[in-house]
Every structure is written in structure tokens, then in C-alpha cells.
Ligand binder design. Structure first.
Ligand SMILES: [Zn+2]
Ligand SMILES: [Zn+2]
Length: 237
């Protein structure tokens, strides 16, 4: 990243963090305790009654949906509180492409209570890593930034050494579910020197779950027993 761009990025994020009184959705002045104005808050749609395994809306009275009870995913829990649409989608796109960290921070503030505290909390947050070629190109890993913000609020350390990307892959956007699975195959490696047993994998958005699936496979092979997938938003299928 060019120095000037980096400088303006820092300034932009700092100004917004220091001046939290403007609504990130419409820029109108907020009351002291507000993160969004009332009308923008209404536009952030949480997933109603989410399944604890796939994060999608669950029509049953169980905590897992019928699909997951029949064919459970590899991971042990998914928390992705917001529907990836409308204002959430707009803010996350800006977070991704303009690196506006304060948008992610505002979204996170509104949903942080969904992520568990003691004693059920994971030992560590593992952001989904980018391959270093892509990190150099983009200068920024959204998953890491979200992990860092979460870590500050819920006091779980972030670890960027244990889970690494060993294969550079095509972007998943535009691929079918099967294409995504193939594309991400064997993309990760885990060196579980710290002997973690219970982790939360952090990503910005969960789409088909193919990345989560591949990461979980890698972590289970390395001896992690409980893998939770935590992200800000879930794409409904
Ligand atoms: Zn607003
Ligand atoms: Zn489910």
C-alpha cells in the first residue's frame, strides 16, 4: 500500500473512531448511546432464530435446523448474526473496498452480545488468513481486522501464526458452491503448537460455508476439538 493511501486510511479510521456521533448509515448526528440512528438500525436485519450450526434462519423449535440435524456441518457452532443484505451489505462492501474499519466496528457493536463470554468462550480467535501475495496486493485482511476489534471487546487473544494459507486461490466470488469447494481445497495449514482445543475462526461474511468447511477440516486434523465460525453476516442461500 502506498504511504499516502495508508496515511489517509489511518486518518479516516481515526477520525471516525474519535467522532462516533455520526450515523455510519446516513451521517446524521447520533445521541450519545447510539451506534446507528433508529431508521438505519431498522435496516440492519438480524437472522431471525438462527440455527446454531449453519447460522441460517431456523424454522424448527430445536436449536439446529432440519438440514443440519440430518447432515451436520463439520464445525461445532456458527455465529453470523446479520443478514448480508441492505445496509449491512453496503457497509461491509465499503469496509472491504475502502478499508473503512469504523463501519465494521459499528456493525460489531450492534451484535457483540451474540458472541459468548465466559465460561463458554473459545481460547483464541483465528482469522481466516489471506495468502501473502493477496495481502501484499490488498494491504489488508478484513478477517484479521474484525478479529482484532472483537478481541478488544471480548478479551480473547487473536493468533495469526497457527492457521496459515499455503495456497493462493482465485477469489470465491462468482463461483458455484461446488466450484468454491474445489477452489479452496487444501488452501490452509495449521501448526497447533499451542495445543488449542477450542477456537473461533473469524471471517467477515459466511457465504456457502466452503471456506469454513476447509478451515475446520484443517483444524480438526491438527487436534482442535471444537471449532466455532464467527462472522458479522450470513448470506442466505
Ligand atoms: Zn442513520
Ligand atoms: Zn442449520
Amino acid at each position: 500500500m502506498k504511504a499516502r493511501k495508508f496515511q489517509s486510511l489511518i486518518l479516516d479510521n481515526l477520525t471516525s473512531l474519535l467522532d462516533p456521533h455520526l450515523c455510519p448509515g446516513c451521517q446524521q448526528t447520533l445521541l450519545d448511546q447510539q451506534t446507528f440512528c433508529e431508521s438505519c438500525q431498522q435496516r440492519l436485519r438480524p437472522v431471525e432464530h438462527p440455527c446454531r450450526l449453519c447460522g441460517l434462519e431456523n424454522q424448527t423449535n430445536d436449536d439446529a435446523c432440519a438440514v443440519c440435524l440430518y447432515d451436520p456441518p463439520r464445525w461445532q457452532r456458527m455465529i453470523a448474526p446479520l443478514q448480508y443484505q441492505g445496509l449491512t451489505r453496503e457497509l461491509m462492501m465499503q469496509f472491504k473496498f475502502s478499508q473503512s474499519l469504523h463501519f465494521a466496528n459499528s456493525l460489531l457493536q450492534t451484535i457483540i452480545h451474540h458472541f459468548p463470554g465466559q465460561p463458554a468462550k473459545p481460547e483464541v480467535l483465528l482469522p481466516v488468513p489471506l495468502h501473502h501475495n493477496r495481502l501484499i496486493e490488498r494491504g489488508y485482511n478484513q478477517a484479521f481486522e474484525i478479529g482484532r476489534l472483537m478481541s478488544l471487546i471480548i478479551d480473547i487473544p487473536v493468533d495469526t501464526q497457527t492457521l496459515v494459507r499455503v495456497r493462493d486461490t482465485e477469489a470465491q466470488v462468482g463461483l458455484t458452491a461446488h466450484g468454491r469447494e474445489k477452489n479452496i481445497l487444501k488452501a490452509f495449514a495449521c501448526n497447533n503448537q499451542k495445543n488449542y482445543r477450542h477456537v473461533a475462526v473469524i471471517d467477515d461474511i459466511v457465504t456457502t460455508g466452503s471456506t469454513a468447511n476447509e478451515v475446520t477440516k484443517t483444524l480438526h486434523r491438527a487436534g482442535v476439538e471444537t471449532v466455532e465460525i464467527w462472522s458479522l453476516a450470513r448470506v442466505s442461500l
